[in-house]
Design a protein around this ligand. Structure first.
Ligand code: PXG
Length: 439
């Protein structure tokens, strides 16, 4: 029988977790259904974060569960290199069909971090294939989160994710982040100020020589670092400058892909087309690890040269296009389509926005930001104890039956797209109580 309360917690070194604090007071989840988690002590907790921004269709959806069960019994694994199985092609076609027009090709990975490193490698190899092998520099952004592999932390801009891990990739530079609370606090949707921050790319091009730069990678909306929205005109400007200099633009859509903003991808939402898109999370509803990189034909076709028996891209993973992940992905995308969940997210967004901004008079709140079904509430840090206030809010929220995420002193929420208005009322109402109770 499974142990609901394992009494030896020491072996599992938990990721991105305060291990010692957790193991003194574990928050153990043992079940889930649609909008709720079930805890080991028998409580239902409303999921305000879709797990880690990934369970966009909610939890334990029968169609996805059955697809996985069936696939496991039919074809558990197929070699990913020089062999194929039908569902990988079917899923790639489905992803292509739901992506904005220029994205014709899909490379499968197993996580957002792998998608990012894959996209960076494709960008470098693309330029080499086009006879521009001198384009080796990669440009990220301060406060960017691109996963935790070496490529991703090199272009990423979160200090604690970088500083412990050596010298990282060389030839990397960073754009400034776009968080301007003095000018943009309490903005609903995209902020007015900050488009000019994209012009910093011109400065970086002048500094290094634009012809040495392979790619710029940004999250169209930065999630992990506390929901930082692109100022109006910013992404358009980045696209303009990258295009002018022959630099590839990569949108990291690990969070924004699959309906978060009320569209399939943020590229579509903002009407700005990058050259590569990374995704993961919502691709399989978080149920089975899987990610992908979407590429335009221009990029893909640049590799399709040379003798036909030769491998064109020396890259891939044992589990690229794993059959069970593909089955989960197909059932997930069918669920999104059948239930119209992306449109639903768009329809629900104004109610979500109003509910979220109703917290502006709560204690400690210094900013509220939102877009689609994403929201952030930024708290004034306790002097000398950064992150403590938000962490206290997280623990208290969990005790009161809602799941939120915190980063620094920012509370982030990204509920499953099946959320109903009364769930929003509960989530925001409980968060109000939490904010009124914490120090
Ligand atoms: N890129 C972006 C934009 C992400 O948000 C990754 C890459 C890495 O994905 P993997 O699958 O390797 O974890 C992410 C992941 C949070 C939180 O609470 C965000 C992520 C992961 C876990 C927690 O903000 N984003």
């Amino acid at each position: 029988m499974a142990l609901d309360r394992p009494n030896d917690l020491s072996a599992f070194w938990m990721p991105f977790t305060a291990n010692r604090q957790f193991k003194q007071a574990p928050r153990m989840l043992v079940g889930a259904d649609r909008m709720h988690y079930r805890t080991a002590d028998g409580r239902d907790v409303l999921d305000g974060t879709a797990g880690l921004w990934c369970c966009n269709a909610g939890h334990n959806r029968p169609r996805i569960v059955e697809a996985i069960q069936k696939q496991a019994a039919e074809l558990d694994y197929a070699p990913a290199f020089q062999m194929g199985h039908p569902k990988a092609f079917e899923l790639a076609t489905k992803v292509r069909d739901m992506a904005p027009e220029p994205f014709e090709h899909v490379f499968f990975t197993n996580s957002g971090s792998e998608s990012v490193d894959t996209a960076l490698k494709i960008a470098l190899a693309y330029h080499r294939a086009k006879g521009e092998g001198q384009r080796t520099r990669l440009i990220g952004r301060e406060r960017g989160y691109h996963g935790v592999n070496f490529g991703g932390i090199s272009v990423g801009g979160i200090v604690n994710n970088r500083k412990f891990f050596g010298s990282l990739l060389t030839g990397v530079d960073h754009l400034p982040h776009t968080h301007l609370p003095d000018k943009n606090a309490m903005t609903r949707g995209q902020p007015e100020h900050g488009a000019e921050l994209a012009d910093e790319l011109e400065r970086i091009c002048t500094l290094h020589g634009a012809e040495t730069i392979a790619a710029v990678i940004v999250e169209p909306m930065a999630g992990s670092t506390g929901v930082l929205l692109p100022p109006k005109g910013y992404l358009e400007r980045l696209r303009e400058i990258t295009k002018k200099h022959g630099i590839l633009l990569i949108f990291d859509e690990v969070i924004t892909g699959f309906g978060r903003l009320g569209s399939s991808f943020a590229a579509e939402h903002f009407g700005v087309m990058p050259d590569l898109i990374t995704c993961a999370k919502g691709l399989t509803n978080g149920v089975i690890p899987m990610g992908a990189v979407l590429a335009t034909s221009e990029i893909h076709d640049a590799f399709m040269t040379g003798p036909e028996h030769m491998i064109e891209l020396f890259h891939g993973y044992t589990y690229s296009g794993n059959p069970i992940a593909c089955a989960a992905g197909l059932a997930t995308l069918d669920t999104y389509a059948e239930e119209g969940l992306f449109e639903r997210a768009a329809d629900m967004a104004p109610y979500w926005e109003d509910a979220l901004h109703s917290l502006k008079d709560c204690p400690h709140v210094i900013d509220i930001r939102n877009m689609g079904l994403i929201g952030a509430v930024e708290l004034e840090p306790i002097p000398g104890e950064p992150t403590k206030r938000a962490f206290d809010a997280f623990v208290k929220a969990y005790e009161k039956g809602i799941m939120i995420r915190t980063t620094g002193d920012i509370i982030a929420m990204s509920p499953p797209l099946i959320i109903e208005k009364d769930h929003i009322d509960t989530l925001i109402g409980t968060l109000r109580d939490v904010l009124e109770e914490i120090d």
